[in-house]
Design a protein around this ligand. Structure first.
Ligand code: FE2
Length: 137
């Protein structure tokens, strides 16, 4: 049985890897431009896939709908902030990468890390449980 949540967990690792690479490169501009571009694309594709493959079926299931609704509402709030971050640091527009960028990136990374932990510890296990149950029927 192929499990979409395994791929989504791999996405999480890759997204965090792009963000961590910026700090690891000491916020070097060309690294930041490249890694933010990759992170943004991956996050947008990840959210679309999560909505299609995880939220849509969970929202249809009585045992999962409440958690899915709650997670999706929280994710939408975080998504707004993520997009605002990418808008603010549209590096083609010559944004400066000072201490403020470092702090904003750190705050975004921390929120994403927390969010990812919640998904992997609560949402995906419930999805897998639901998927298995549905498959048995
Ligand atoms: Fe996710």
């Amino acid at each position: 049985m192929s499990d979409v949540t395994r791929q989504l967990e791999q996405d999480h690792r890759e997204i965090m890897g792009h963000l961590d690479a910026i700090r690891a490169a000491n916020y070097k501009r060309e690294v930041a431009v490249q890694e933010l571009r990759l992170a943004k694309g991956k996050i947008l594709r990840h959210h679309a896939e999560e909505a299609r493959a995880v939220y849509a079926p969970m929202l249809q299931d009585r045992a999962c709908a409440a958690m899915a609704t709650e997670f999706q509402a929280l994710m939408q709030a975080i998504s707004v902030d993520i997009l605002a971050f990418f808008e603010r640091y549209d590096l083609k527009a010559e944004a400066t990468l000072g201490i403020e960028f470092a702090m904003d990136l750190s705050s975004l990374t921390q929120r994403l890390r927390t969010r990812i932990r919640q998904e992997e510890e609560q949402l995906y296990p419930l999805y897998r449980q639901e998927l298995a149950r549905t498959t048995v029927r």
